[in-house]
Design a binder for this molecule. Structure first.
Ligand code: AMP
Length: 138
């Protein structure tokens, strides 16, 4: 029996097997509205090739993805008259990733949208040892 890896829902969107509200497309990337938006205009940008998350993509794809994210974020901000934008990507279930096909969220933010930024952890230390420990892995 041949094993075929199950396609992500986003690959199905790329193939046109599932519809989406498309905003922009080029050879390497696609941008479309999130089906369950945090605010109106919440957009996802994905790579057409299937990589599981942001840490998994090669540098050239990162460049393609980043360019599309910036281009589309500018358009989202203008179109929604947003006061600000959050650009984020979830990596791993613990970080809230549900779809394991790299995607960047572009979320329009408004002064009084009631969404808070992340709560800070006053128990989390910040010092030179922690910085050096992280640097070791570069
Ligand atoms: P994440 O939690 O970062 O993996 O986010 C996945 C996002 O994909 C969620 O915000 C979902 O609302 C969105 N999503 C899932 N299925 C679809 C779909 N068919 N069309 C558009 N957005 C989707």
């Amino acid at each position: 029996m041949t094993y075929t890896k199950e396609e992500s829902i986003f690959t199905k969107i790329i193939k046109g097997q599932i519809s989406c509200d498309k905003i922009y497309e080029n050879k390497d990337t696609l941008a479309f509205l999130d089906i369950n938006p945090i605010n109106e205009g919440h957009t996802l940008v994905i790579t057409k090739k299937e990589y599981k998350d942001f840490l998994d993509i090669p540098e050239t794809e990162l460049e393609n993805l980043s360019k599309t994210v910036q281009k589309v974020a500018k358009a989202v901000k203008k179109a929604t008259h947003a006061d600000g934008i959050n650009i984020s990507t979830n990596i791993g279930e613990a970080a809230g990733q549900v779809v394991f096909h790299v995607h960047v969220h572009i979320i329009p933010r408004f002064e009084n949208d009631g969404l808070k930024s992340w709560k800070r952890n006053s128990n989390a230390r910040t010092n030179k040892d922690i910085a050096q420990n992280i640097s070791k892995y570069l």
